[in-house]
Ligand binder design. Structure first.
Ligand SMILES: [Ca+2]
Ligand SMILES: [Ca+2]
Length: 377
């Protein structure tokens, strides 16, 4: 299509320009066509959403190999205070993972007009609920991306660092119909605070009692996901909401958001998932790790990884404590602010944790083998 257009332009040019100028133009057009077609890397697009709560811009990473006809998973990335989408993208390097595994990454931008430090207002009751404030704007971002691109609705996740991580916790409870999982890096539990003073206190010594916050998040989820599509194979007493998969990263030397907050994120979501799985507070999911392992990044930090199972023994929650890491996104590049390249590569681990698996689907290979067997009868 593009080449045909170029030829058409050339034909027109030839009739008008001198041969030398025409040749120069021809070469210029040819090289630019070659440059664009040779580049298979992902690319940015931008968008803006608006509703009664205001306006927000976003940047969307279209991964290399993205096929507009095929539904792709989508990850919402929420930056921390003083950051921008570009800064966060450069630091976290999630786009590189997206290029490898072909998923969309959308970076919502919190402007200084909304918060002088560009923090998501996770601690303000005006921005903690479905259909209001910043959560509604973030939901609008997701809706805009989904309207313009083919998204695999079953595989949409919210990931954030610091204030962005705190907002990811809010989004998981307020919009459980949108998100199947959360990545909380140096963040806090759901509604850890409901004022600026409480936010500062929570960052230092933890937020509201996390088991209670887990129950609160469950009640919020139930309110957000009534009846519409009852899940298959679930007890009549349960809600239709899915379990929320959550992965946490926290540095042991984080003095901005102390590590107790990472523990609270796990306790809170363990309780929420305990209630979600059978509508009973029977510790079918709890915050005691089922698996603990130590490791070390080559030339980097040591870490401990805690894995928490659901009632069926499958991984539901994970927590990575990064030894000697301060307030930062674990891993990534120094090109972005608030990163610690010596930490575990959080982007890689988050996608490993979220990555859709095909264990429940019938592998494509087995279909032809079955068909002849059936036809013999
Ligand atoms: Ca339970
Ligand atoms: Ca419980």
């Amino acid at each position: 299509m593009k080449r045909r257009l170029v030829l058409k332009m050339m034909r027109r040019m030839k009739s008008r320009l001198t041969p030398v100028v025409a040749l120069a133009a021809w070469l210029f057009i040819l090289t630019s066509v070659a440059a664009t077609s040779a580049h298979a890397a992902g690319s940015w697009t931008e968008g803006t959403v608006a509703n009664a709560a205001g306006t927000r811009n976003y940047k969307l990473w279209m991964p290399a190999g993205y096929d507009a006809r095929k539904a792709a998973p989508l990850v919402l990335m929420l930056h921390g205070c003083l950051q921008t989408p570009d800064d966060f993208a450069a630091g976290a390097r999630m786009n590189e993972v997206a290029d490898r595994y072909t998923f969309l990454v959308v970076y919502a931008e919190q402007p200084a007009t909304a918060n002088p430090y560009k923090c998501w207002n996770w601690f303000d009751p005006a921005h903690q609920a479905r259909g209001a404030g910043e959560p509604s704007l973030l939901a609008a971002v997701m809706a805009d991306v989904r309207a313009k691109h083919k998204v695999d609705a079953q595989h949409v996740y919210a990931v954030g660092v610091s204030a962005g991580g705190a907002m990811a916790s809010v989004m998981g409870a307020a919009y459980p119909d949108l998100f199947a999982g959360l990545g909380v890096c140096a963040g806090v539990e759901y509604k850890a605070a409901t004022s600026v003073a409480a936010a500062l206190a929570a960052q230092q010594s933890g937020g509201a009692e996390p088991n209670g916050q887990g129950t609160l998040a469950y009640q919020t989820i139930v309110a957000a996901t009534p009846l519409a599509t009852p899940p298959r194979r679930r007890a009549a007493t349960a809600t239709r909401a899915r379990p929320m998969r959550v992965i946490v990263f926290h540095g042991t030397l984080d003095t901005v958001v102390r590590p107790v907050n990472g523990d609270q994120v796990i306790t809170q979501w363990a309780q929420t998932n305990d209630l979600l799985d059978d509508a009973r507070d029977n510790n079918s999911v709890d915050d005691k790790p089922d698996n603990t392992s130590d490791g070390e990044v080559p030339n980097g930090h040591k870490f401990t990884r805690y894995v928490y199972h659901d009632a069926a023994g499958k991984t539901l929650l994970e927590k990575w404590l990064i030894r000697d890491m301060k307030h930062a996104w674990s891993g990534g590049a120094a090109a972005g602010s608030y990163t610690d390249p010596q930490g575990v590569n959080a982007s890689e681990e988050i996608w490993r944790f979220f990555r859709p698996t095909t264990t429940t689907a019938t592998p494509a290979k087995s279909s032809p083998a079955r068909t002849p067997r059936r036809s013999r009868r």
